[in-house]
Design a protein around this ligand. Structure first.
Ligand SMILES: Cc1ncc(C[n+]2csc(CCOP(=O)(O)OP(=O)(O)O)c2C)c(N)n1
Ligand SMILES: [Mg+2]
Length: 655
């Protein structure tokens, strides 16, 4: 270390220039630090507060070092100290995208009240962030990105890994992060860090604006010293407001509910972010309005609550989708109305259907031509509950959806049923086996493949945040690092990453991080030799499963040869995990229980039966728009196109 930290200064070294000799009376006290040291010290002093509880806004900093951050932020992190009371704990990752996924898992599990930062070198380290940033922003989850950037002085241009744009001297690869960031700034001079850092944390802590926030840090500036006003490092508490609804909007929403005969509430991710589950349950208990949920909102009500009708949309339950088709009022709470939720604009078919949208973000509240209720989900649900006091839906409506719910529960039972313990499990049976071992507080993490649809339909969510699906970006590879972030946020909860073989191959490296940090996640690795989900979609859309199986190339050039001799279980073991191989339903049950009992990162490897469709999850109750070739010489595409046009005719805009 090249400077000596002051005794009371745990967050960074510094020489204080406080004008103590009287010469500078009236001048702000300053601390001399590099830009990177100042940023570490600043971040360590930021807190959020909601409902009277305080949280560290940036609880840790992930990083992979290279030129661009090694001598800047890297030096600052070591200088600040990395012992038990480190002001900003450093976490070593293996891949920049995966570090963002871990940060996102952490933030989501913390209901966005605490987040992580991610620092990278310039060039490829920085552009590896783009996918993670898009994922964070689309899911409205906070993460602070700190990519290194090319020299502000330009004295060494072009530095290693620098993009040179002949027509624009101020563009670097980091500009690729702009459209996927809710706030972006490049700190060209030391003093510019002050407004940039303050804006960055403001956006991170704002429920309506949050997402990926990027501070691009030219590497020469990171190492430059500056005399910082001491008050820049003062503890700051960012109040995460629960925006109250306007009385007029509550009154209009309540009038619409009172007039509705078939209201349906859609719970989106905002219910969880706002910790509005109790308020939602109180409203459902009082009014009898059925509640369907999106991928992000599942678990808002327990699966066995009488008003919970399960998943909505393309991957929805028969009962929820039927209610959606016939609803005269849809009350969206904290939902973005993605195409999966709306069945690509075909689901809400009631002739006079109207929408009320409770959302903290006006952008989302205005979708579907809705009556807007711009507010925090909890505050809005409580206000609406008050305005609806004494109101209840008709008995006949309650009985109707209760019957639908009951028959859906039986459908789940049959999808889970596995009488032959010696048979290879289907994916539904795998979900059933996991259902059989988890406790109320276990967390199931997933993002892409055929699992999200099956889980959305079949999973019986028992507690808020048990069902952790990243389906805003549905990014293959989120699962393992995402689960690490969840477990860092909730060390007492058992965390399961459900991972397809294709997904595993995309981003398994963070297993090493789990092993290194002693983060005891469980990985359920589902082997079905390729992209089963896209294979099914390809078949349905006339593309004949092209390019979706992991097989040797056959003599006609297609990948229809033998399966590949790949051993992913051995791969997981080689990265340091304990691995349990299960070949039958019985072995799977035993392995899952063993993994749950183990504190070590453990992988349960299982090959699923894709040939048998019995038991299968019930098929889609609603459409998803994936355009099919309008002209083709191949019968499969021609047939698929006919089907496509039939469905597409039901599209409808809600204005
Ligand atoms: C990063 C990324 N690339 C591509 C896709 C498109 N995609 C969605 S699911 C899928 C296949 C997933 O395969 P696997 O993990 O084996 O799950 P399975 O479909 O077999 O259940 C692909 C390629 C995606 N969601 N994310
Ligand atoms: Mg697969």
């Amino acid at each position: 270390m090249n400077s000596v930290p002051e005794a009371e200064d745990r967050t960074g070294a510094g020489r204080r220039e406080d004008g103590a000799d009287g010469r500078d009376a009236g001048r702000a006290r300053t601390v001399r630090l590099t830009v990177a040291q100042a940023l570490v010290r600043f971040l360590a002093a930021q807190y959020t507060e909601r409902d009277g509880r305080r949280h560290r806004l940036i609880a840790a900093c992930w990083g992979i070092f290279g030129h661009g951050n090694v001598a800047g932020l890297g030096q600052a992190l070591v200088e600040s100290g990395q012992g038990e009371h480190a002001p900003l704990r450093y976490l070593q990752g293996r891949n920049e995208q995966a570090m963002v996924h871990a940060a996102v898992g952490y933030a989501r599990q913390n209901n966005r009240l605490s987040a992580h930062a991610v620092t990278t070198s310039i060039g490829p380290g920085a552009t590896n962030l783009v996918t993670g940033a898009a994922l964070a922003t689309i899911n409205r989850l906070p993460v602070l990105l700190l990519p290194g950037d090319v020299f502000a002085t330009r004295t060494a241009d072009p530095v290693l890994q620098q993009l040179e744009v002949p027509s624009a001297g101020d563009v670097s690869v980091n500009d690729a992060l702009r459209p996927v960031s809710r706030f972006f700034d490049r700190v060209h001079r030391p003093e510019a860090l002050i407004p940039a850092a303050l804006q960055a944390v403001r956006v991170l802590a704002d429920p309506a604006e949050t997402g990926a926030v990027t501070l691009a840090l030219p590497q020469d500036v990171q190492a430059e010293a500056y005399d910082w006003p001491e008050e820049f490092f003062a503890e700051r508490v960012w109040h995460v407001r629960r925006q109250a609804p306007e009385a007029a909007e509550v009154a209009a929403a309540a009038t619409a509910v009172l007039a509705a005969r078939r209201p349906l509430l859609i719970a989106g991710g905002g219910v969880h972010h706002s910790e509005a589950e109790d308020a939602l349950r109180a409203l459902a208990d009082a009014t009898g309005i059925p509640v369907a949920s999106t991928q992000a909102g599942k678990g808002s009500l327990r699966f066995d609550h009488p008003c919970d009708v399960g998943a909505i949309g393309h991957t929805g339950t028969a009962v929820a989708d039927e209610l959606a088709r016939t609803a005269d009022l849809v009350i969206g709470v904290g939902t973005r109305y993605s195409d999966f939720t709306t069945a690509s604009s075909t689901l809400f078919a009631g002739p006079d259907v109207r929408f009320v949208n409770l959302n903290v973000t006006p952008f989302d509240a205005h979708k579907m031509g809705a009556l807007t209720l711009v507010a925090d989900a909890r505050a809005g649900l409580e206000a609406l509950g008050g305005a609806l006091s004494g109101h209840r839906v008709a008995d006949a409506y309650e009985q109707e959806y209760a019957r639908g719910k009951e028959s859906w529960e039986r459908a789940v039972d049959s999808a889970y049923a596995a009488d032959d313990a010696d048979a290879r499990p289907t994916q539904s049976q795998l979900i059933g086996a996991l259902d059989g071992v988890v406790g109320d507080d276990d967390v199931v993490v997933n993002a892409a493949g055929s699992l999200p649809g099956d889980l959305h339909k079949l999973w019986r969510a028992r507690s808020p945040r048990q069902y952790h699906l990243e389906y805003g970006y549905s990014c293959m590879g989120y699962e393992i690092p995402g689960a690490i972030g969840v477990r860092l946020a909730a060390p007492d909860r058992t965390v399961w990453a459900l991972v397809g073989d294709g997904t595993y191959l995309m981003l398994p490296g963070e297993i090493v991080t789990a092993v290194q940090e002693g983060v005891g996640i469980n990985v359920v690795l589902v082997q079905n030799h390729g992209y089963a989900s896209i294979g099914g979609l390809s078949e349905q859309t006339g593309a004949e499963r092209f390019g979706t199986a992991y097989r040797y190339r056959a003599s006609d050039g297609s990948y229809t040869g033998d399966p590949l001799p790949v051993d992913l279980a051995a791969n997981a073991a080689s990265l340091g995990m304990d691995v349990l191989r299960a070949e039958t339903v019985g072995e799977l049950r035993t392995a899952l229980a063993e993994a749950r009992a183990s504190a070590r990162p453990t992988c349960v490897y299982v090959e699923t039966d894709t040939a048998s469709s019995d038991p299968a999850p019930p098929g889609p109750a609603a459409w998803w728009d994936v355009p099919v070739a309008e002209t083709s010489s191949r019968p499969a595409a021609r047939k698929a196109r006919e089907e496509y046009e039939r469905h597409a005719a039901a599209r409808r805009r809600h204005l």
